[in-house]
Design a protein around this ligand. Structure first.
Ligand code: NAD
Ligand code: WQD
Length: 339
């Protein structure tokens, strides 16, 4: 079976994808520098899969560290998760974000080209669509200049990979635009473990639920939506992981640039999420209304039809699965991965 290099494989989405790759018969190799993850995830992956997943400690910006992996293994494809992802931090540290995300991806693509590995799957984001003119978003919706350095790095890497594909037409470049990943593996052994106070809604909800934080601030309740709060397309991380397996199954060695939205197609408001979460924990989750957060788009959800038609993939898990699995992970690991 094919060997897949998973950069950022110790992270939230990467670790869940490694599990689904093993289940599908692929042989993943993890490459990570633990800048936003912990070594403890490797033992958890062993527990879930029963396999010792090969691991390389390294940084995608360091060519020699990447070359070592390609020299020691025949890599059939790369799924590229490694990157920094905090919108607010990217505004404060734009150069660090361009260095890690853009230079890192460029180094990875150079090594792939030079070592003859032609299958590249990239973690892009719905953020490339900016403030949508209309929803749902299809892959043909316009990509706009991003409103933060993080988003711009996603656009830049998309373009860079597309340009490489033009220059090297036998490359298979797949750009997967994720909507809002939430949830955790049903075992409760792996999940999202942000450093410091979470920026994203779901980890904030789970940390309030276990008493690490006192209450949720809902950013804005005067948006032009039915309940006044913003609408997003939350997708269970296991469904998202399976989207990568579907992409590998269909697109490995299929030259071209392949772009897919990975979302459910359903938009939920922040209040919908709070209510669903309250149901999962059996009491109302403490929350307050707060001013709007700068940069938030009003609504953002996918038209996921193309992924279903081409890849046979669609998200199957419900909002209840997402809240229950997120809560289960946080309950079992109130302080996240402890090292
Ligand atoms: P994460 O931070 O949990 O995982 C990223 C992993 O990459 C971490 O383990 C980190 O240690 C590693 N990493 C970072 N820089 C590295 C480097 N230079 N060299 C080697 N390893 C490095 O994030 P995630 O939520 O799993 O996201 C994975 C990818 O998906 C990211 O590229 C992110 O931008 C993208 N994405 C995430 C979301 C989301 O909401 N979680 C949405 C859309 C796109
Ligand atoms: C969701 C909703 C908030 C926290 C971000 C990135 C995006 C992508 C996914 C990587 C919004 C509200 C949140 C809180 C709140 N990442 N909220 N209180 O902003 O849709 O997307 O993560 O590519 O690029 O921008 O996700 O989870 O931060 O917010 O009310 O404490 O929850 O205002 O409406 P977002 P999020």
């Amino acid at each position: 079976m094919a060997t897949i290099l998973v950069t950022g494989g110790a992270g939230y989405i990467g670790s869940h994808t490694v599990v689904e790759l093993v289940k599908a018969g692929y042989e993943p190799i993890i490459f990570d520098n633990f800048s936003n993850s912990k070594p403890a995830v490797l033992a958890r992956l062993h527990k879930i899969t029963g396999k010792n997943i090969p691991f390389y400690s390294g940084d995608i910006r360091v060519r020699e560290q990447l070359e070592k992996v390609f020299d020691e293994n025949k890599i059939d494809a790369v799924i590229h998760f490694a990157g920094l992802k905090a919108v607010g931090e990217s505004v404060k540290k734009p150069l660090e974000y361009y260095d890690n995300n853009v230079n890192g991806s460029r180094t990875l693509l150079m090594v792939m080209r030079d070592k003859g590995c032609k299958n590249f799957i990239f973690s892009s984001s719905a953020t490339v669509y900016g403030e949508p003119d209309s929803v749902p978003l299809t892959e043909n919706s316009p990509v706009k200049r991003a409103n933060c350095p993080y988003g711009q790095t996603k656009i830049d890497v998309e373009y860079m990979a597309e340009e490489l594909q033009k220059a090297c037409p036998d490359f298979s470049v797949t750009l997967l635009r994720y909507f809002n990943p939430v949830g955790a593996h049903e075992s409760g052994l792996i999940g999202e473990d942000p450093r410091g106070i979470p920026n994203n809604l779901m980890p904030y909800l789970t940390q309030v639920a276990v008493g690490r934080l006192p209450y949720l601030n809902i950013f804005g309740n005067d948006y032009p939506t039915p309940d006044g709060t913003c609408i997003r397309d939350y997708i269970h991380v296991v469904d998202l992981a399976l989207g990568h397996v579907a992409a590998l199954n269909k697109l490995m060695n299929v030259p071209g640039v392949h772009i897919y939205n990975l979302g459910t197609g359903i938009g939920y408001s922040v209040l919908d999420m709070v209510n669903a979460f309250s149901k999962a924990i059996g009491h109302e989750l403490p929350h307050k209304f707060a001013p709007r957060r700068a940069g938030d788009v009003v609504q953002c959800y996918a038209d996921p039809k193309k992924a279903f038609e081409d890849l046979g993939w669609k998200a199957l898990k419900t909002l209840e699965d997402m809240t229950a699995d997120s809560y289960n992970w946080q309950k079992n690991n109130p302080q996240g991965y402890e090292d």
